[in-house]
Design a protein around this ligand. Structure first.
Ligand code: NAI
Ligand code: MG
Length: 493
């Protein structure tokens, strides 16, 4: 391996990691642990505590105490904001270390973790720190004749929040969830994905260092079916925020029904990326490739359905195929690696299963189409053509570096085809005709539309899904609504 591991990363990995509850590191009540491997090598990176229902309950009680009686609720918004800002600073101070942890645990290239995952996580905390002092209500004029009232609203924290996150951007997803929860004064139990628990544990240490009081954020590592399910069902949790599969999203909704906790969901996608014949050719090809191959296609918003206006179909497909062929696969720690392995054997089987299904249904792989090598979980960047709209590779989220490409004729055709999906997360449009771009953007049933760009994320931009892609929005000021209750107060004068 050509990169020398940062000493801090080694030290962190060497320490047996435990659950972070009430400001202290504790073993799981059961004493159980599980291993988290490096997907590039299959070697165990670290052994972490396997929390389950009992640990979740302990963490919920700690969060409740911190919410009701702890210093957090008595702090001024400005004090809270300064702590959140400091978390962002500490992430930047530990950028290299966190990027290495992310690469080792998830498999993504270090070069990507350095410029995307870690700085965006820091930026999210910095952005949300500013909101802590700007949570406001309104004054409201009432219309009851003959009386005089003074009415106003208060925006208050929801309370104790359970947050369940996936493995594709482990630190960044933790930041998306924690930043707004803290800015609005909530207390949290965070359950990272079992595939990638390490950066959230390191973040817990950094948050304590930033001055976050004990119990405000608790991190319980463990499996979805046990720890995650217990968190979603817990009767003293006021809200659950989830990012992951649509299938588990449905389970979360059912689990939340017991105490009718508030639910926000950021789920799967099958996002259309649409190239018109007047698009800048190079930008469209690079953009289409980036939309699906970034993070190995393990993005909820991956541009996995590429629609190209008929005249340009062959050029764009061969351009994207050329990019696919040039991508260097390898261990994410190697400096020249552009695409690492998928996160796990389970994901490898899932993605290659879709490739087999596509082939069986009659699709053609213009490039790729199979596993890469015998070792680890690499999949060749793949472009499929000759698909029909009813094929599973066209309808279902593959979550790998696999794009289906199909031609279209006109704007009206493509709006209908693009929206022919149960999902509604993202969409891309490539054209030099600005009014065509806006006209189509309006017709698309998706929470994010990118025009002549793709995968542009910013803490200030609301992100989330229409239809089965989820409930609510993350980031922007929109997310603050999901973490606050509104209280209307009326005084008769
Ligand atoms: P998943 O939805 O099972 O896991 C995401 C998180 O949910 C993890 O923290 C997991 O421990 C937790 N979880 C699992 N079952 C749970 C339950 N019954 N109750 C509460 N929490 C539970 O996703 P998985 O299995 O890792 O990946 C499967 C597919 O899901 C992927 O192929 C992809 O299509 C999709 N996915 C979508 C993501 C997105 O960003 N929208 C992220 C990860 C996966
Ligand atoms: Mg699962």
């Amino acid at each position: 391996m050509s990169v020398v591991l940062d000493k801090q990363v080694n030290d962190f990995i060497a320490t047996k990691r435990r659950l972070f509850i009430d400001g202290a590191w504790v073993d799981a009540a059961s004493g159980k642990t599980f291993d988290t491997p490096n997907p590039a090598t299959g070697e165990t990176l670290a052994t972490v505590a396997e929390g389950d229902a009992e640990d979740i309950d302990r963490a919920v009680r700690a969060a409740r105490r911190a919410f009701e009686d702890g210093p957090w609720g008595r702090m001024t918004p400005s004090e809270r904001g300064r702590i959140i800002w400091r978390i962002g600073d500490l992430i930047l101070e530990h950028l290299e270390e966190l990027a290495e942890l992310e690469t080792l645990d998830n498999g993504k290239p270090l070069s990507v973790a350095r410029v995307a995952d870690v700085p965006l996580a820091a930026d999210l905390f910095h952005y949300m720190a500013g909101w802590a002092t700007k949570i406001e209500g309104n004054t409201i004029s009432l219309s009851m004749p003959g009386f005089d009232f003074h009415s106003y609203t208060l925006r208050e924290p929801v309370g104790v929040v359970g947050q369940i996150i996936p493995w594709n951007f482990p630190l960044l997803m933790a930041a998306w969830k924690l930043g707004p929860a803290l800015a609005t004064g909530n207390c949290v139990i965070l359950k990272p994905a079992e595939q990638t628990p390490l950066s959230a544990l390191r973040l817990a240490e950094l948050m304590a260092e930033a001055g976050l009081p004990a119990g405000v954020v608790n991190v319980v590592t463990g499996f979805g079916e046990t720890a995650g399910a217990a968190l979603a069902a817990h009767n003293d949790v006021d809200k659950v925020a989830f990012t992951g599969s649509t299938e588990v999203g449905r389970l979360i909704v059912h689990a939340a029904a017991g105490n009718l906790k508030k639910v926000t969901l950021e789920l799967g996608g099958k996002s259309p990326n649409i190239v018109f014949d007047d698009a800048d050719p190079d930008a469209a090809v690079q953009g289409a490739a980036n939309a699906i191959f970034f993070n190995h296609g393990q993005c909820c918003v991956a541009g996995s359905r590429l629609y190209i206006q008929a005249d340009r179909f062959d050029d764009v497909v061969s351009g994207v195929a050329e990019v696919a062929r040039s991508i260097k696969l390898g261990d994410g720690m190697e400096p020249d690696t552009q695409m690492g392995p998928l996160v796990s054997d389970e994901q490898l089987r899932r993605v290659t299963g879709y490739l087999d299904a596509g082939r069986g249904d009659g699709a053609t792989a213009v490039v790729g189409g199979a596993r890469h090598g015998e070792r680890s979980y690499f999949v060749e960047p793949t472009v499929l053509t000759g698909t029909r709209p009813d094929m599973s590779v066209v309808r279902e989220e593959i979550f790998g570096p696999v794009v289906v490409a199909a031609p279209f004729q006109s704007l009206d055709d493509i709006a209908r085809v693009a929206n022919d999906t149960p999902y509604g997360l993202g969409a891309g449009i490539w054209t030099r005709d600005i009014s065509k771009a806006h006209a189509l953007a309006k017709k698309l049933r998706a929470g994010t539309v990118w025009i002549n760009c793709y995968n542009v994320f910013d803490a200030a931009l609301p992100f989330g899904g229409y239809k089965e892609s989820g409930w609510g929005r993350e980031m922007g000021h929109e997310v603050l609504e999901a973490y606050t209750e509104v209280k209307a107060v009326t005084v008769q004068l």
